[in-house]
Design a protein around this ligand. Structure first.
Ligand SMILES: CC(C)(COP(=O)(O)OP(=O)(O)OC[C@H]1O[C@@H](n2cnc3c(N)ncnc32)[C@H](O)[C@@H]1OP(=O)(O)O)[C@@H](O)C(=O)NCCC(=O)NCCS
Length: 180
């Protein structure tokens, strides 16, 4: 198991098939955890998440990572760089801190900062972005805390509890690199 990127609090490593376990399943099916994600539309089985993890690992334009606590190697959530576009050098970031006792402790924003460092330094990307529901205040704040800025709103993009709501795109540019 190789640490892809780390700080004092957390490290990110590649997701492995064995990570598709009961605790991951409980995160995905928890209505508070999945409330602002597409996972809320169906109840998943262990088989579903095994298949999902397998597919994600095989994707060439995606890096699917586990968010792990440095102090005890506890896997608390997942983060991915996906839709990696090698021509335009950008990628989308999505994350989930599945262990709710870990919310509000800075892990979300720190994990975003780590994946951003990885995307810029290791993958030489120019830009990263994320798409959030307008009412996912925790996620929007976590991205802003990690240095992202709101780039735009997509009117009535999502259907949330019977009401159409806006999508918010947040992005960050790698100022350190030229256009090479
Ligand atoms: C959204 C999520 C990643 C945030 O992670 P986190 O570890 O709680 O975030 P942080 O602790 O880094 O918090 C960042 C800021 O947001 C605030 N915050 C966190 N949750 C919040 C909430 N529900 N409402 C308002 N603010 C919130 C924190 O207080 C902090 O602000 P502060 O520094 O001013 O105190 C996490 O709650 C999660 O995984 N949720 C479920 C899945 C999800 O929604 N993923 C995002 C899809 S776009």
């Amino acid at each position: 198991m190789k640490k892809l990127v780390e700080n004092k609090m957390l490290y990110l490593r590649n997701i492995e098939p064995a990570d598709a376990n009961e605790s991951y399943l409980s995160w995905i099916n928890d209505s508070e955890v999945n409330n602002y994600t597409e996972a809320r539309f169906k109840r998943s089985t262990l088989e579903d998440i095994r298949e999902y993890v397998k597919t994600q690992i095989e994707l060439v334009n995606s890096v699917f990572m586990a968010i792990v606590l440095a102090e005890n190697d506890k896997h608390i959530g997942n983060i991915k760089l996906h839709r990696i576009d090698k021509q335009h050098k950008n990628a989308e970031v999505s994350l989930l801190i599945g262990n709710k006792s870990c919310w509000g402790k800075g892990f979300g924003s720190k994990a975003i900062a780590l994946v951003t460092e990885y995307g810029f330094k290791q993958l030489n990307l120019n830009k990263l972005y994320a798409k959030c529901y307008e009412n996912n205040f925790g996620s929007i704040k976590a991205f802003i805390k990690a240095g992202y800025q709101e780039e735009g709103r997509f009117k009535k993009q999502y259907l949330f509890n019977g009401k159409y709501i806006d999508g918010v795109q947040l992005g960050i540019i790698n100022d350190q690199r030229g256009a090479n």
